[in-house]
Design a protein around this ligand. Structure first.
Ligand code: ADP
Length: 305
């Protein structure tokens, strides 16, 4: 099975408002699949549909090859763990008791591997402390442990990084990478900040206004994020004739600033600038940010619609 979840042409209306527009996605088995979109893009709605919390208006999806229209979907969906909106955590119970309760709900007869699960999410030293006294990051991690109780093949996490401090983000990232690697769990994770997913996702789908704008692997994304050199000069416009003649890919960013996308050496840049009678003040590497890439994609769509 190459794709553990396949989404085919899903649309969703709330009243007259269409919040998902013919969404099709393939989520490869073993991937960490980042669903990236601004607030209101439709990420939660899509996740609610896959987890069975909402019905699509049209279209279908399959999990492990079983169609959403097949009654066996209920059985395969048990192989899925999720945190949508907020983690299913009881604040008056300890981490251990939260997991034990989920084990009881799932009809599991042995609690032997609860310590291992607590260790996986770095909560093994929390003892009798109730979850209500946990930090947001700890509660999120406990939510993940609860979602993992049924040993799911797929974990669906809606904005699990939202609101976490930098340390909490690092801990969450490390835990998700470990779950993916050690338990071979496919993870579908959403965020409105691409940068936050970029250190863990293997695949991406960009969604805006209910539409998938692009899907690509992390290698493809990295190669698309354009590298450039930023030149600070005494007069950017005066460089144009020489740069045009040399067929250099560049963009004037200000009176004294020009970005060069062609691969040319610093000494060549300086000699061309000298030829144009322009002084070079500094040259710096300038990588387009991931956020910039995503915002450009959104802007392009808005430009054509
Ligand atoms: P995201 O998770 O990307 O922030 P959502 O899926 O939560 O986006 O929302 C997508 C759009 O659907 C938003 O415009 C939101 O207001 C709307 N929406 C979500 N749930 C409902 C609902 N139950 N009823 C009506 N509109 C909804």
């Amino acid at each position: 099975m190459d794709n553990v979840v396949s989404i085919k042409d899903i649309s969703k209306y709330y009243g007259k408002s269409q919040v998902l527009k013919n969404v099709s996605l393939e989520i490869p088995n073993g991937s960490i699949f980042g669903l990236v979109g601004r607030n209101g893009a439709g990420k939660t709605t899509l996740m609610r549909i896959i987890t069975g919390l909402a019905e699509p208006t049209s279209g279908s999806y399959s999990i492990s090859g079983v169609s959403s229209k097949d009654k066996n979907i209920l059985t395969v969906r048990r192989r899925m763990g999720s945190i949508i909106e907020s983690p299913a955590v009881f604040r008056n119970l300890s981490a251990y008791d939260n997991i034990k309760l989920q084990y009881i709900n799932l009809g599991m007869t042995s609690y032997d591997d609860i310590p291992e699960l607590l260790e996986l999410v770095e909560l093994k030293d929390t003892g009798k402390k109730s979850a209500g006294k946990f930090s947001l990051g700890m509660r999120q991690r406990l939510g993940i442990a609860v979602a993992l109780c049924g040993k799911p093949d797929v974990l669906i996490l809606d904005e699990p990084i939202n609101g976490l401090d930098p340390q909490g983000i690092i801990e969450m990232r490390e835990i998700l990478l470990r779950i993916n690697k050690e338990k071979h769990t496919t993870i579908l994770i959403s965020s409105h900040i691409l940068e936050e997913l970029s250190k863990l996702a293997t695949h991406y789908a960009f969604i805006d206004n209910g539409e998938i704008l692009q899907t690509l692997s992390s290698e493809e994304l990295m190669s698309k994020v354009r590298k450039s050199s930023r030149l600070k000069v005494s007069g950017a416009e005066r460089l144009c004739p020489v740069f045009d003649r040399e067929k250099i890919d560049y963009k004037i960013e200000g009176e004294d600033t020009v970005d060069i996308y062609s691969e040319i050496s610093a000494s060549k840049m300086v000699s061309l600038a000298n030829e144009a009678g322009v002084d070079v003040i500094s040259i710096a590497e300038n990588n387009e940010s991931l956020e910039g890439y995503f915002m450009n994609l959104v802007a392009k769509r808005e430009g054509i619609s």
